[in-house]
Design a protein around this ligand. Sequence first.
Ligand code: PLP
Length: 417
Amino acid sequence: MTLQSPAPNTTKTDDAVWASIAREEDRQEQQLELIASENHASEEVMAAMGTALTNKYAEGYPGRRYYGGCEFVDEVEDLARNRARELFGSERANVQPHSGTQANMAAFMSMLDPGDKVLAMSLDHGGHLSHGHTKNFSGVFYDFHSYGVEPDTERLDLDKIREQALALRPKLVIAGASAYSRPIDFAAFADIAREVDALFMVDMAHIAGLVAGGAHASPVPHADVVTLTTHKTLRGPRGGMILCPKERIVKINSALFPGGQGGPLMHVIAAKAIAFREAQQDSFKAYAAQVVANASALADGLVEAGIRIVSGGTDNHVMLVDVGSVGLSGAAAEDALHRVDITCNKNLIPFDERPPMEASGVRLGTAAITTRGLDVTDMGHLAGWIGEILRAPEDEATIKRVAGAVAELTSRRPIYA
Ligand code: PLP
């Protein structure tokens, strides 16, 4: 592996921290990362985060800062904003959110008053904590109500959601999820919101890279506000972003700063700018298409291995695997796969009877393994290995053989070659 942290000329004195960093780098190289919300950012993206931009306070926005000496970080933030706008065809962008949750906080603050009604996807069916969980700021300050998938299809039914919206009359309707494997019809959602005089927001954190690469329809033409994270399928640094039409940007900017954050992370904004440029290349379009092709092949392979996939398959980068169908809890399946260096997370499946810390599913995604060059042939092998482990999680001979096969594959397809 050639990735070196810190950069080669840096003097290392803190052995304890650097040793842990080295172990984490090795772990990433040696394990197949199937956590659907993770990816492997490029070395250039990571290098930008280890620069002197981390030293700079820049409260405010380019041209209107509360600190001196911002002329060069202004250049960087302008590059990031302009590239984001071009990439997603959005009139305006705010690239300062430290995370997806903070992007959502600013979006809500720009559109809602405390206590306002919001309709969003249920966390139990694939929604996100920041869409109304009772312990999250969203559930504390706003009156969240949820829609879910249908018991028979395990898909969203827009007619049902419309009925709910008509009965509830929310001020905001939110589309977007953390664990939903089917396309979301943003135009139909927008029609529902307009019919009930609600605003419409899309949280495209998971699918942002697919949208950028043309592998999923864009919500930008339909939504009043779009939020996203930059570190999932978009493959940038850890962070958030907000896109909106020009008439909304003043409120969004002030909801984010000073509303929810202080100084922006300029080193991360530089890394975002680099990632947006990477996502503008044809190679990123090919990447996004490959992520989807790989997910579809992995889901097909698992179904062939007799394992149930929620809703029968996937059209994007993610799938929910019902490991209850082979007699395991999600927690047990996560542990079993970890033993052979396949990393994933337990996840509730819709109408799950197990508690969240046990769950009946695991969520698998192909964004990170596609970055390291795995293709549909590899997906066939991977589905077979997952099937073998889930059917014989304690069988030492199977564990040894599959772990060996994973090690051979990861050494053949290094992340940072
Ligand atoms: N929104 C959705 C749909 C997500 O899946 C996530 C993260 O998993 C977030 C928001 C929050 O992102 P962050 O972890 O950066 O706060």
